[in-house]
Design a protein around this ligand. Structure first.
Ligand code: AMP
Length: 219
C-alpha cells in the first residue's frame, strides 16, 4: 500500500508513520528527515536547504522532488511506503503522480490528519526525540516512563529540532495553509482523500487510520 499522510506541522504525521511502518511493513519516507540528514552531512543540497528550514519556509520543489525520486527507486519501497511531509505543494503532487506513473506504481490513500492550529504550537515546542532510535516524546503528552531514559532503546541522549520554536512554527503553519492545503482538493478530486481526527490521542488516531485504510482497501 502506498499512502500519503497529510496535515500541518505537529499533526502527528511522523508518529503515525512510524506506527504504520511497524504494523504494516511499509517504509516511512520523510522529506524533513532526509533534508535534516543532508544539512547534518554538510552536502551542497543541505547547505541550500538549511536557511529555509530554519526560517520555517519550504525548500524549492525541484530539490525535494529529486530526493524523493531517488528514494522511491530503492528496493524497500516496492512493498509500499508512507509519505510524510511530501508532497507539500501542488507542483510536488503533480511530480509525484508523474514519477509513480513512470514506475507503474500508484497511490492507494491520502490520509488528512485534521487538527486545530491553536494546539499545534504547544505540541511542537514540547517535543523531543531519542538520539539513539528516533522515538518521539513530548514534555506534557508523552514523557518517557523513566525520566531521561528512552522507553524503546534505553538511550539517554535526546535531541530537539532547531525549527521547533514558537517563531518558526508561525512560518511553518503559514506555509502549510498557503502552499500545502491546496493539495487537499487535488486528492479529493481523485477520490483518494480520507480524514481522521488528529486531535484525538495517539492510539485513537492509529485506530482511525487503520479503519479508513481498511475501508479504502475494501473499496
Ligand atoms: P518536516 O520535518 O516535515 O516538518 O519538515 C521540516 C522542514 O523541511 C520544512 O519546514 C521545510 O523547510 C523542509 N521540507 C520538508 N519537506 C518538504 C517538502 N516536501 N517541500 C518543501 N520543503 C520541505
Amino acid at each position: 500500500m502506498n499512502i500519503i499522510l497529510l496535515g500541518p506541522p505537529g499533526a502527528g504525521k511522523g508518529t503515525q508513520a512510524k506506527r504504520l511502518e511497524d504494523r504494516r511493513g511499509l517504509v516511512q519516507l520523510s522529506t524533513g528527515d532526509m533534508l535534516r540528514a543532508e544539512v547534518k552531512s554538510g552536502s551542497d543540497l543541505g547547505e541550500r536547504a538549511r536557511g529555509l528550514m530554519e526560517a520555517g519556509q519550504l525548500v524549492p520543489d525541484e530539490l525535494v522532488i529529486g530526493i524523493i525520486a531517488n528514494r522511491i527507486d530503492a528496493p524497500d519501497c516496492k512493498n509500499g511506503f508512507i509519505l510524510d511531509g511530501f508532497p507539500r505543494t501542488v507542483a510536488q503532487a503533480e511530480a509525484l503522480d508523474a514519477m509513480l506513473a513512470q514506475k507503474a506504481m500508484g497511490l492507494d490513500a491520502v490520509v488528512e490528519m485534521k487538527v486545530n492550529d491553536a494546539a499545534l504550537t504547544e505540541r511542537i515546542v514540547g517535543r523531543f526525540t531519542c538520539a539513539g532510535c528516533g522515538e518521539g516524546y513530548h514534555e506534557t503528552f508523552k514523557r518517557p516512563v523513566k525520566d531521561g531514559v528512552c522507553d524503546k532503546c534505553g538511550g539517554t541522549e535526546f535531541t530537539r529540532r532547531k525549527d521547533d520554536n514558537e517563531e518558526t512554527v508561525k512560518s511553518r503553519l503559514q506555509a502549510y495553509h498557503e502552499q500545502t492545503a491546496p493539495i487537499l482538493p487535488y486528492y479529493a478530486d481523485r477520490g483518494l482523500l480520507l480524514e481522521v481526527d488528529g486531535m484525538a490521542d495517539i492510539d485513537e488516531v492509529t485506530r482511525q487510520i487503520d479503519a479508513v485504510l481498511e475501508d479504502a482497501a475494501a473499496g
